[in-house]
Design a protein around this ligand. Structure first.
Ligand SMILES: [Zn+2]
Length: 220
């Protein structure tokens, strides 16, 4: 025959301080959480445990839908001109800057949407540079409608494209590096228009062929 379990005295100090039991008592951790000061949204370092340590911030966007498929050719070594070909480009972006009153560098949604608009504008286009010293890129209208005639001066090669199929870019060559710069400048302009402020620094990365990235950093 088992002894009846002894009744433990329920003193008030036991119920208040023990972490064992089913009562809604605060654990040491939840008590600490309640004790933490509320973040002051106007002071980026107000909750820092290291107020004297400098910090820098950035946001990075590497989304699968920031892509575009386009045709191009580049020239190099002065008189060498590639054959017309295409790439499935991908674009990543990093925006650097201080935290604003919302505690972020830039609104992710604004950055995402503005970059998507830029990549969409290049998608399924023939990329043509207007700043190339040896390439003439000339709009004209014929019986076939608006066209762009392109001539490479060193050997006289000539291409004609429907104007609506082309993206005319104010760059010297359609390298991944200069495409990154073009996108960066356009992105700074569109973000500035949308948000009313310009990021302190932006980094745009353009992949033209499965890991061959051209990168441009712009500091405003
Ligand atoms: Zn190429």
């Amino acid at each position: 025959m088992q002894d009846k379990p002894a009744k433990l005295p329920l003193s008030s100090s036991f119920t208040k301080n023990s972490s064992i039991g089913r009562g809604k008592q605060l654990s040491p951790f939840s008590a600490f959480a309640f004790a933490r000061p509320t973040a002051n949204l106007n002071s980026p370092t107000s909750t820092s445990h290291f107020p004297n340590m400098s910090a820098s911030y950035s946001v990075r966007l590497t989304k699968e839908h920031h892509v575009f498929s386009a045709a191009h050719f580049i020239t190099f070594n002065r008189d060498v001109c590639e054959r017309l070909h295409g790439h499935n480009y991908r674009v990543n972006v990093v925006v650097y800057g201080p935290l604003d009153e919302n505690q972020y560098v830039v609104d992710f949604i604004a950055l995402r949407d503005e970059l998507k608009a830029l990549t969409d504008a290049l998608d399924h286009r023939m990329l043509l540079p207007t700043g190339h010293p040896l390439l003439s890129v000339a709009p004209r209208t014929t019986d076939h409608g608006p066209e762009i005639e392109v001539v490479f001066a060193p050997d006289g090669r000539r291409w004609v494209f429907p104007a609506g199929d082309c993206a005319i870019l104010p760059i010297a060559n359609t390298t991944a590096e200069l495409l990154a710069r073009y996108l960066g400048e356009q992105l700074l302009t569109s973000l500035s228009r949308r948000l009313g402020t310009k990021p302190a620094k932006i980094r745009v990365e353009v992949d033209e062929n499965h890991g061959q990235w051209g990168v441009c950093e712009l500091t405003t």
